[in-house]
Design a protein around this ligand. Sequence first.
Ligand code: ASP
Length: 339
Amino acid sequence: MKTSILIIYTGGTIGMVKDPVTGSLKPFDFDHILKQVPELKNFGFELTSIAFDPLIDSSNLNPEVWIRIANLIKENYEKYEGFVVLHGTDTMAYSASALSFMLENLGKPVVFTGSQLPIGMLRTDGKENLITAIEIAADYKNGKAIVPEVCVLFENKLFRGNRTTKHNAEYFNAFYSYNYPDLAKVGINIHYNNAVIRNVSDGMFSINTNLDMNIAILKLFPGINKQTVDAILNIEGLRAVVMETYGAGNAPTDEWFIDSIKDAISRGVIIYNVTQCPSGSVNMGLYETGVILRDIGVVSGYDITTEGAITKLMFLLGQPLDSDKIIFYLNKSIKGELC
Ligand code: ASP
């Protein structure tokens, strides 16, 4: 029997064409993509595609799209060996992170990819990305998927999805995983780093689409004032804040600042400490400026990305868990999102 792969085309540059009037890029249909890559036939795979209608520029994405992707994977889980999600690069790291939490007991590859140049353009990176993503989604050994994870394939690297960040708006290496090794390097061969790929868990595959979006990001900068901090911390219905701190998780020690954070925590708002540095980890024991945060109940994000932190919070807050349990899960890796 032929290997079958489902391609879920959500939109993004990969399938865009130039609007003849404005000259800006807008999404085009999937047949257009497939026509540009006749080589796909050489795989001998059964390739099926489902395209979103309308196709979306991923900057317009909201969590409803994640729920749609999760449902599509669930409905088609038994029929396909692997899944490729074609997605705009702008928010791909958020989507791959969110899906990693929403898919339970995943035993098949879910490979996100897209491109920096539309697939119809001469120097496109879309062709190679699409071909390699399909190959990885179809790669099995002894009946088991080699990468049973939500991952991102871009240029010549495969990353764990919830460890990625879009770090380049110009070059083809749009994504990077600063705190976790590549799952595979793509050259003449695809070299999998099996030691860092997640194992399949035994349970039945299922999805969990309960998300709570009552969160915010508070990014610190020298000179941030009380009015700004309080405006964020007092948003109605707010349940958690990703606080992007300096270095190893440090923040100002001004009394007004600490009092505002303390006040939010006393109202039950979770303050999740994520470093502004792309690489490295929060360690609230290192400097006095971090120790104070730890002592008032700020939760460490360790080496999680902001994309991972946002989607992990949305996911955990969407579950019927009390605050202590949410903090317990924030402190540990649930899908390989932190060390
Ligand atoms: N704005 C596009 C999107 O994210 C960019 C891309 O696909 O690279 O959909």
